[in-house]
Design a protein around this ligand. Structure first.
Ligand SMILES: C[C@H](CCC(=O)NCCS(=O)(=O)O)[C@H]1CC[C@H]2[C@@H]3[C@H](O)C[C@@H]4C[C@H](O)CC[C@]4(C)[C@H]3C[C@H](O)[C@]12C
Length: 321
């Protein structure tokens, strides 16, 4: 399970974040890729030459290649990959003469080369996303992606008939099934409300609400993809707009906290429990990546401005003091 969200503050600046729900980590760290770094691309592409956006996020380094789970860039664009194992169909082979991107490099390709969701949407018309493993130890991960900037967010899914790009008017993504299904399913919950219900008359009996929060009776509380989608969509679209970095980071962590997966509740087929290994937040206002791990309640900040942007290869970023 994983959940991604996006929203904007009172000044229109974007905050973007995710819960990474899984059984084990991959040795991931906060990685910053400076503008001048050259990372080897899986396929020859016009964007190979020259500089790109500075990118910061959670990932692993394989040689000179940053494999991001989620990241943001110096233009305020952010992207996150979430598990999508049943519906996902990447292309098996690259398309000759076209722009090909391996699934493992997709978040980096997006954050490296684009400044806006509009730019990504436009570019994706001609892109093939290819099922290519990183190496023998790191096979293909079946994912779909949430991509956001100050104007909104899109979801990218590879289905039977190719790459789909969906406008995301609730700014939330979880896991299976498809985004289209999850968006239609929200209509099952249109009667849930933040308001306290009025007392009801049942014959001679008057039934008074127990208190506030009862309007959400019927809101699912389990940890499945559809249930987390509904809950996160409700909270994300009802949380009052905030002003200020601290207030918006709080908003992001509290919203994702509403779908946080504690240990012992979601067992996988292999017997291990999934839990929210970390929650991250990218602030496009301050260009800071924030991170909190499952067993450490403090939120650590990694400002892009504190990184050595003149470096020539991706670097692991220590938390700011
Ligand atoms: C497992 C992660 C997604 C978490 C998630 O969505 N959980 C939901 C589980 S469920 O469906 O609801 O059961 C994904 C997100 C990013 C993925 C990683 C990134 O894509 C980077 C590389 C890519 C390589 O191909 C595989 C290793 C890997 C290091 C990936 C491992 C794993 O698939 C990650 C960490």
């Amino acid at each position: 399970m994983c959940t991604g969200i996006r929203f904007t503050d009172a000044d229109g600046a974007m905050y973007f974040g995710r819960n990474l729900d899984w059984t084990q980590g991959y040795g991931e760290r906060v990685v910053m890729t400076p503008p001048a770094a050259r990372a080897s691309a899986a396929f020859p592409r016009p964007d190979d030459a020259g500089r790109g956006h500075a990118v910061i996020g959670m990932g692993i380094l394989v040689g000179d290649l940053p494999l991001y789970f989620d990241c943001g860039n110096d233009a305020g664009l952010a992207v996150a990959g979430l598990n999508f194992p049943q519906s996902n169909r990447y292309a098996n082979e690259p398309s000759p003469g076209g722009v090909n991107v391996a699934a493992y490099e997709f978040p980096f390709w997006v954050a490296r080369n684009f400044s806006t969701v509009d730019g990504v949407r436009e570019a994706l018309r001609g892109v093939t996303i290819v099922a290519r493993p990183v190496n023998e130890q790191l096979p293909v991960a079946s994912l779909h992606w949430l991509i956001g900037d100050r104007t909104g967010s899109i979801v990218v899914e590879c289905l039977e008939d190719g790459v789909h790009v969906y406008e995301n008017d609730v700014d939330v993504l979880t896991n299976e099934p498809t985004f289209e299904w999850q968006r239609v399913n929200l209509r099952n919950y249109l009667t849930v409300t933040e308001s306290e219900p009025a007392p009801a008359a049942w014959g001679d009996a008057t039934l008074a609400p127990f208190g506030s929060g009862m309007g959400l009776q019927g809101m699912p509380g389990d940890y499945s993809g559809p249930s987390r989608f509904v809950k996160a969509a409700f909270v994300n679209t009802h949380y009052p707009v905030q002003k200020g970095e601290r207030e918006n980071v709080t908003r992001l962590f509290r919203t994702l906290g509403s779908v946080f997966v504690p240990d012992g509740c979601a067992r996988m087929g292999d017997g291990a429990f999934e839990r929210t290994l970390y929650t991250s937040c990218f602030s496009a206002s301050s260009l800071t990546y924030y991170h909190a791990a499952y067993d450490d309640l403090s939120i650590r900040a990694y400002p892009l401005a504190s990184c050595d942007l003149s470096a020539t290869e991706p670097v692991i970023v220590p938390a700011a003091a």
